[in-house]
Write a protein that binds this ligand. Structure first.
Ligand code: NDP
Length: 237
């Protein structure tokens, strides 16, 4: 398969988990892929060597670094914003600086990266942000800041779709349910609770999310924009 042959793709947060699966998918289909990482240099170097992609250190908590990275990437055919973190615990006990850092990574970086990418993006460009089904449904306590951040991405997609649609650029949110990664391992302590909410009682695989991202980035999805695309085993149903 080579539907992304010659396409320029930037993945923010690609060193591990869902992001790494997205990097693999685009690289396998012929794209020139650059991805960012923050803490996982060894994993990033390994993935770059495996896929022929380029790994660059860019902390999504640093707004100006994110904007500069996108600008320096030149005209992108596809931007994927995957980097995201969770902070769990009692909202009354949490350090506001920690919560603001989550908002920086999960909301502000996707917003500024999307706007910056659109400055140079050609017609047919695609922006895809990884949200969460928790943007729609938050069935447990202790994750309000994460839910806020993923709900905010819904407004981002709806609004920027209006701004960029006339130029043929689409923007969409992919909303996974539980996916088996370092952040949410299938064998973790929350497994049974999470599966109790689902119709398909297993964690999804990062490759399944990458498949949805690839479809949204591909030639069949040019009329799809400003929308949320949930892949969650009916967690949110
Ligand atoms: P992981 O923790 O397994 O991987 C996170 C990735 O994001 C890593 O490559 C990490 O890079 C990168 N990243 C994190 N913080 C930063 C930062 N400050 N700057 C740059 N890169 C960063 O997470 P997942 O793969 O599970 O999650 C990926 C996305 O999917 C997130 O947005 C998450 O909210 C979302 N999601 C995940 C679900 C799940 O069940 N796994 C469910 C729903 C949504 P590095 O290690 O180099 O810092």
């Amino acid at each position: 398969m080579s539907i992304f042959q010659g396409k320029s793709v930037l993945v923010l947060g690609g060193s591990r988990g869902i992001g790494a699966a997205i990097v693999r998918r685009f690289a396998t289909e012929g794209a020139a892929v650059t991805f960012t990482y923050a803490g996982s240099r060894a994993a990033a170097d390994q993935l770059a060597a495996e896929t022929g992609s380029t790994a660059v250190l860019t902390d999504s908590a640093n707004r100006d670094a994110v904007i500069a990275r996108v600008r320096e990437s030149g005209p992108l055919d596809v931007l994927v914003v995957n980097a995201g973190i969770g902070v769990f615990g009692d909202a009354l006990e949490q350090d506001p600086d920690v919560i603001d850092r989550l908002f920086q990574i999960n909301i502000q970086a996707p917003y500024h990266a999307s706007v910056e990418a659109a400055r140079q993006m050609p017609e047919g460009g695609r922006i895809i942000v990884i949200g969460s089904v928790n943007g729609d449904r938050m069935p447990v306590p202790g994750m309000a800041s994460y839910a806020v951040s993923k709900s905010a991405l819904q407004g981002l997609a709806r609004g920027l779709a209006r701004d960029f649609g006339p130029r043929g650029i689409t923007i969409n949110i992919v909303q996974p349910g539980p996916i088996d990664t370092d952040a949410n391992p299938e064998n973790g302590p929350m497994k049974d609770l999470m599966h109790s909410f689902m119709a398909i009682k297993r964690h999804g695989r990062p490759e399944e999310v990458a498949g949805m991202v690839a479809w949204l980035a591909g030639p069949e999805a040019g009329f799809v924009t400003g929308a949320m695309h949930t892949i969650d085993g009916a967690f949110g149903a």
